[in-house]
Ligand binder design. Structure first.
Ligand SMILES: [Zn+2]
Length: 98
């Protein structure tokens, strides 16, 4: 069964599939702009959180010169140590808080 929704832009009733991104049959504007906006805000927040907690590890390219590989491996070692320390601290906080 197809639902219908009153368009907030032109005030006409329009059929919709209950997707927030469905558009009005009459004026072709988004039928549920509030929901679309809040979903987009949520997406942005998720993305920000992901970026905050992820480390971009150095990629060692097999075509790199030996000294490039050498320095990249040192950098990678530091990154791994850093991540282990951070996760240890987070674990400790969780442990102590519990
Ligand atoms: Zn409309």
């Amino acid at each position: 069964m197809k639902a219908s929704k009153k368009c907030p832009h032109c005030g006409q009733w329009s059929g919709w599939n209950q997707n927030p991104t469905d558009r009005c049959e009459h004026c072709h504007k988004i039928l549920d702009p509030v929901k679309v906006a809040s979903q987009q805000a949520q997406e942005v927040r998720k993305q920000e959180e992901k970026e905050r907690f992820s480390v971009n590890f150095i990629q060692v390219d097999p075509d790199d010169a030996w000294y490039t590989k050498f320095f990249k491996r040192i950098g990678l070692g530091f990154q791994l140590a850093f991540v282990s320390i951070i996760s240890l601290i987070l674990w400790l906080i969780a442990f102590l808080a519990g």
